[in-house]
Design a protein around this ligand. Sequence first.
Ligand code: SF4
Length: 311
Amino acid sequence: MSLSSLSVDCNLCNKTAVYTARYSGRSYCSRHFSEQVEKRIKKEVRAQHILDSGTIGVAVSGGKDSMTALHTLLTLAEGRKNCKIVALTVDEGIAGYRDVSLKLIKEYCEGRGVEWHVASYADYMGMTMDRLVTMKRPRTSCAYCGVMRRQLLNSLSIDCGASKLATGLNLDDTAQSVLMNISRADVDRLSMMGPHEKEIPGLIPRVQPLRLIPESEVLLYAILNKIPFMRSSCPHSEEASRNLFRDIVLRIEDAMPGARYAIISSAMQMRPQRNGAPANICPECGAVTSGQKCRACELRDEISGLTADAK
Ligand code: SF4
């Protein structure tokens, strides 16, 4: 069979399709694919009131998701005088990875005239991730990294006066997080997943413009629209338990197209019962926490007691 006989037409014109969404059965050419992605992002931006007013911090790691979130929000904010987009990045101190993405983000932000703020683990916890992975420790490097990143992004948002923090979380990421929290019986974290509707003092509300866009569509959108992004992954990522849930979500979606949307919809329906976990103030750093001392301070204490691995 020739390749041409295998080609599929766009559902909205007679051009050759570049993408078929199994969950909807619809195929799109390059232009209509980008248009339908942008339409869904705009709908989320409106529903989450992301660009209504004020300063919006965008967490940018340099990967396809965060660069697409930054790029689309900047485009949507063009001409709006009542809102400002600021890029926020955490430098974990991972040689050959984060230093490369910092350069990419810097060039992009300079090109688009975007204010950019960076906070580093070296300053915050006195140690880079490259150093931490060499220590004897009771948990994976990602278990420290995720908590520290959340804390630093919240601090950066407060420092630059942001009223919202936008992340590049896509549909797959969100479905993985739901299943991870359920598997750990972590109802507090499940109830605190974004997008945040209620404001909790000291905790900048998270918004997620890409939350209903599948990862494969974010990737294709970034490529088709020439958005620069870093393709390599973190050298310490093999430790991430998220990898297990990535496989699980892909297998479920493969067997039941549309399951990712159903997982998120279920979590959202359960959420109003507990939206906004009880908030205390950490006595050490003043951050908002559902426990006594915040998790970041607990882990910082743990890190200061780690010793180098003899191996
Ligand atoms: Fe941090 Fe793990 Fe992500 Fe690497 S993969 S940046 S160590 S959370």
